[in-house]
Design a protein around this ligand. Structure first.
Ligand SMILES: CC1=C(O)/C(=C\N=C(/Cc2ccc(O)c(F)c2)C(=O)O)C(COP(=O)(O)O)=CN1
Length: 455
């Protein structure tokens, strides 16, 4: 059947400027070789994150004009409640200003000093908020997740035996079990419905609350439809409702799979939990019918949740990310396989094998991408991983990656070609690339504001 083009036409554009290589070399030096310190105007193709960077639809923008900014009982809150019910099946939710705010509330309710919190893989804000409550994040993803060359359909899966054994040994010290869909730290890899069901059964066996980190739930559902037997003929909402039916609730950063620039929520089945969450919501986010957002933001989010589960959108979204991955593979640039739902992850460890982990190969490749093409990726490796609180040494992750994160409905296939070309040019001269050292290393979430120098 005919190939499909983008399921939209473009009504407004946001001009971007190219810069010269000399300008970029000066800018990145001034930024302490940390792309988080760059100004957006100095970035040509910004692949730092898919979080909050989506393009909204005309339907969502129209919703921005319908903000009911009542302090309590905003109609946008009720529209959002209906959208959450439609797509996730949950009756109760607490709006928050973004995903980490939902994590903050949930973990304050559940996590106490010394607790373990199992997850397939914690992303860094989830890890940071568990640690902020003196808990210990534990990653129990399947071993294949750490083999960048292994092409496995559901690489985000929790290792069920590991989880069972962990709970057998530590059950009294585990207040809650999380599952991140898709698994960002592992390469935007999906979790199968069967695995979600199995995690749910184990949590019931040990009587543990089970929450999904739902940031990229729609992309996860699309992979289930494509790859899992029995789901090819199901609609995306049928699949998403089944996913959430196995969990007690979810944290959600709407900045990803709700197609908005700000916002999030904590959703749950249990009204009593909502009552407890509301107390913290009032303290940290705002009255429970706005939760740190304007009414207009909630309206855009309600409409975004209904749009993100549309199949032709997901087909376009997943195919565009995969296109970049295929282009890079054609050019022999090492990437993590299979290509993720929201990003292509360059395998900096294989790309720059001569740079030791404590000289940050991912950081070196991120800097090179900016200098070569004005492209901003993000290091997902030793820098992001931070230091082990017990040993004080770097908390070395298995993989040294650079995430090329594709915003939703923003860039064209031509932009993908430019990114692949820049990566190829760097790959051809990779022996000239050296490592980096800290000149300033902050205490927590160091990757945001750290400064580096070439060793
Ligand atoms: C699976 C998961 C996330 O991916 C996530 C966020 N992700 C970001 C933004 C980001 C966050 C921290 C960084 O060091 C970073 F460099 C990028 C991202 O790009 O991937 C959050 C938190 O959701 P919030 O951002 O709405 O609070 C919770 N869970």
């Amino acid at each position: 059947e005919m190939m499909a083009a983008e399921p939209f036409r473009i009504k407004m554009v946001e001009p971007i400027k190219t810069t010269t290589k000399e300008e970029r070399q000066r800018k990145i030096k001034e930024a302490g070789y940390n792309v988080f310190n760059l100004e957006s105007k100095d970035v040509y193709i910004d692949l730092l994150t898919d979080s909050g960077t989506s393009a909204m639809s005309d339907n969502q923008w129209a919703g921005m004009m319908l903000g009911d900014e009542a302090y309590a009982g905003s109609k946008n809150f009720y529209n959002l409640k209906d959208a959450i019910k439609e797509v996730m099946g949950y009756d109760y939710f607490l709006p928050t200003h973004q995903g980490r705010a939902a994590e903050n509330v949930l973990f304050q309710l559940y996590v106490e000093e010394g607790n373990y919190v199992p997850n397939n893989m914690h992303f860094d804000t989830t890890k940071a908020h568990v640690q902020d409550k003196r808990g210990r994040p534990v990653n129990l993803v399947i071993d294949e997740a750490y083999d960048a060359k292994k092409n496995v359909p559901f690489k985000g899966n929790m290792d069920i035996d590991k989880l069972d054994n962990f709970l057998k040994e530590h059950s009294d010290n585990v207040p809650i079990v999380l599952l991140t869909v898709t698994c960002n730290s592992g390469g935007g890899q999906p979790v199968s419905m069967e695995n979600i069901k199995e995690v749910s059964e184990i949590c019931k066996k040990y009587n543990k609350p089970f929450y999904l980190d739902a940031c990229r739930f729609a992309e996860n559902a699309y992979f289930i439809k494509l790859r899992e037997p029995g789901y090819a003929d199901k609609s995306i909402p049928e699949i998403t409702r089944e996913m959430f039916s196995y969990a007690d609730g979810c944290t959600m950063s709407s900045k990803k799979d709700a197609l908005v620039n700000i916002g999030g929520f904590l959703a749950m089945e249990d009204e009593k939990l909502l009552d407890k969450a509301k107390v913290l919501g009032v303290l940290y986010e705002g009255f429970p019918t706005y939760g740190g957002m304007a009414g207009r933001d909630m309206e855009a989010m309600a409409r975004g949740l209904l749009e993100v589960v549309e199949e032709e959108y997901l087909q376009y979204r997943i195919n565009q990310v995969n296109y970049l991955g295929e282009k890079l593979k054609e050019k022999k640039v090492p990437i993590l396989e299979p290509v993720g739902g929201h990003a292509v992850y360059l395998d900096a460890g294989r790309f720059l094998p001569n740079i030791p982990k404590d000289q940050f190969p991912g950081q070196a490749l991120t800097v090179a991408l900016y200098e070569e093409g004005g492209i901003r990726g993000v290091e997902i490796g030793t820098v992001l991983s931070g230091r082990d609180p017990e040993t004080g040494d770097h908390d070395y992750p298995e993989l040294e990656l650079v995430r090329l994160t594709i915003p939703r409905r923003v860039y064209t296939y031509r932009h993908m070609d430019v990114v692949a070309e820049a990566a190829k040019i760097i790959h051809d001269k990779r022996d000239e690339i050296g490592g980096y050292k800290f000149t300033y290393e902050p205490e927590i979430l160091r990757h945001f504001t750290a400064r580096f120098a070439p060793v």
